[in-house]
Design a protein around this ligand. Sequence first.
Ligand SMILES: CC(=O)SCCNC(=O)CCNC(=O)[C@H](O)C(C)(C)COP(=O)(O)OP(=O)(O)OC[C@H]1O[C@@H](n2cnc3c(N)ncnc32)[C@H](O)[C@@H]1OP(=O)(O)O
Ligand SMILES: O=CC(=O)O
Ligand SMILES: [Mg+2]
Length: 350
Amino acid sequence: MKLPRRFFQPLATGAPAPFRELPVKLERMIHFVPPHNDKVRARVPELAATVDVVLGNLEDAVPVDQKEAARKGFVAMAQATDFAASGTGLWTRINALNSPWILDDLFEIVSQVGDKLDVVMVPKVEGPWDIHYIDQLLAQLEAKHGVKKPILVHAILETAEGVANVDAIASASPRMHGMSLGPADLAASRGMKTTRVGGGHPDYRVIADPTQDGAARASAQQDLWHYTIAKMVDACMANGLKAFYGPFGDFSDGDACEAQFRNAFLMGCAGAWTLHPNQVAIAKRVFAPDPAEVAFAVRIVEAMPDGTGAVMLDGKMQDDATWKQAKVIVDLARLVAEKDPELAKTYGLK
Ligand SMILES: CC(=O)SCCNC(=O)CCNC(=O)[C@H](O)C(C)(C)COP(=O)(O)OP(=O)(O)OC[C@H]1O[C@@H](n2cnc3c(N)ncnc32)[C@H](O)[C@@H]1OP(=O)(O)O
Ligand SMILES: O=CC(=O)O
Ligand SMILES: [Mg+2]
C-alpha cells in the first residue's frame, strides 16, 4: 500500500497531478460507437451534441481483423470533433490487459489525442494491480506527450474475481472515475446459465407457498443484478466514484431496458451504456429525476434551510437524513437543467 501522503503524487515526472475531486459532469449515458464503422463514425459530430459521453469501443464487438481500423477510426473521430464545445465527454474502451492490442491502443491514442481524452474504460479488471499498471503507464504517456489534464480510468466490473475485489479496485488510484457493470462477461465468468447482455431472466423467480385450495401460486421474477449493482454502488460511493449500469443488449425491448436502467438509477447509478440510438432517449428519461420527486425534494430543502431538525410534510417526517436525500435529487436536477432546457422549465428550479 502506498503511503497516504503519496497517494496524490503524479506517477511520472511531468505528468499532471491527479484530480482531488472528480469533475462534476452529467453522464446519463455512455454512448458506444464502433469506430471502424465509417458510416457510424461519420455521424459522430452530430451525435456528440445529443449524448453526454461518446465512447469509441476498441474491445469486444470489434472483430480481430478490425482492431487497427477501430483504433485509427477513434483517433480520426477524436480529431474531427470538438467534444468540449458541447460539454460531451470523450472516452475510449481499450482492449483487455491480457490482449496483444492494449499497448498500441494506449500509445497511439495518448500520443495523438491525449489532450482530448477524458476517460479510458478498462475491461475485465480483476483487482487493484490492473489499475496500478494502467495508472503508471498513463502517467508515463501523459508525461512523454505533454498531456495537461489527467486521463481518468473507468473499470468494467465483469469477472467474478473483479467483483470479489471491488472495494480495492475502487480505492486503487486517484485516477479512478467509476465503474460499470458488465453483465455479459460477468455472466460467463460466474458460470451463469444465460445467453443475454444484461436484463432479467424469466426463470429467475420466487414462488409463493402452496395453498390448501390448490390455487395457482403467485410468482415474481427477480433481478439477477441486484447484488452486484449494490456492491458496486457501495464501493464507488465510499470512494467518491460514479457507478453505471452497463449494456442492455435487446434493442427491441425498450420497456425491459428502461426497467433495468431505472432500478440501477434508484440504487445510486449515475448512468448506463447506450449501444443503439434508440436507447439514448431511454437513458435521458431514466437518469434524470422525476419532476414530482424534484418538487417534493425542493419543499424538504426549503422547509429545513440549514438541513437540521425535524418537520412534517404531507404527513411524512423529514429530518437531516431526508434533507440529504433531497439534496441528491435537487443537485442532479440542477445539473440536468443546465443541459436540457425543456426539463429546466418543468423543474422550475430557482
Ligand atoms: C457486451 C459488450 O461488450 S456491449 C459493448 C460492445 N458492443 C457495442 O459497442 C455495439 C454498439 N452498437 C453497434 O455496433 C450496432 O448498434 C450494431 C452493430 C449492434 C447494430 O447495428 P445495425 O445493425 O446497423 O442496427 P440498426 O439497423 O438497428 O441501426 C439503425 C441505425 O442506427 C445506426 N446505429 C446503430 N448503432 C449505432 C451506434 N452505436 N451509434 C450510432 N449509430 C448507430 C445504424 O448505423 C443505422 O443507421 P441507418 O438507419 O442510417 O442505416
Ligand atoms: O462489456 C460488457 C459486458 O457486459 O461484458
Ligand atoms: Mg465485457
